[in-house]
Design a binder for this molecule. Structure first.
Ligand SMILES: Cc1cc2nc3c(=O)[nH]c(=O)nc-3n(C[C@H](O)[C@H](O)[C@H](O)COP(=O)(O)O)c2cc1C
Length: 200
């Protein structure tokens, strides 16, 4: 049985917290900036401060990427509803797998692993990086890229709504490095990363 830790305000830097799973606050599923305003504001940011992202914002961003909006279906479409995507979250003190059903970040690796999830310097400054992986054994091939594109755009829009910066990335992802770190197999393929944080 895993230990759940509730962090109410911001992502705390305590190693004790990050050595365990993180229970996320319930995502806010209504409100925010009007959709067309968020689309108008969407852009890529590559200049991030190291200020932490509030846990509520992280929960909202993850829900917009890959949460459920029906009993067994997601906010994003997936080919044949195969739900072959996984979202990993790289924080300053560890790496986590987003479990949307339980709204928990499951601890997968300790320490600052941001250098494993991108080659551009801003990846190491920003407090949050998402990694979108696809399970190739489900046979969806390049269709998984489309599903991840939907997730990344949702995150761009929610980030814009919150005044946060974001950039989706396909560069700097080494499949073997990531598989080793996350204890994955060849069937797990990195599709894209997405860096998120406060704009400088
Ligand atoms: C599939 C894809 C891959 C991308 N890869 C990277 C990347 O590796 N590094 C990066 O800094 N930006 C990356 N970007 C962001 C683009 O450079 C950016 O969207 C483009 O310059 C247009 O800027 P805008 O997003 O502000 O409109 C990528 C965007 C897409 C859609």
């Amino acid at each position: 049985m895993r230990t759940l830790v509730t962090v109410s305000a911001v992502l705390m830097l305590s190693a004790a917290v990050f050595a365990q799973d993180i229970s996320l606050p319930a995502p806010q599923k209504t409100g925010g900036t009007p959709l067309l305003d968020a689309i108008s504001a969407r852009q890529s940011t590559r200049d991030f401060s190291d200020k932490e992202v509030a846990l509520q914002d992280l929960s909202d961003l993850l829900w917009s990427a890959y949460g459920f909006n029906r009993e067994d279906k997601r906010v994003i479409p997936t080919p044949r509803n195969s739900q072959e995507i996984s979202v990993y979250v790289f924080l300053k003190n560890g790496v986590y797998l987003y479990d949307a059903k339980s709204n928990v970040l499951i601890h997968k690796a300790a320490g600052d692993q941001r250098k494993s999830v991108g080659a551009q310097d801003y990846v190491y400054t920003a407090p949050v990086n998402f990694l979108y992986m696809a399970d190739e054994s489900k046979g969806m091939g390049t269709a998984s890229n489309v599903a991840v594109g939907c997730a990344a755009q949702d995150v761009y829009l929610v980030a814009a709504s919150k005044g946060l910066g974001a950039v989706v990335r396909t560069g700097g992802l080494d499949p073997e490095t990531l598989r080793k770190l996350l204890k994955l197999t060849k069937r797990d393929v990195p599709i894209a990363g997405q860096t998120i944080g406060h704009k400088k």
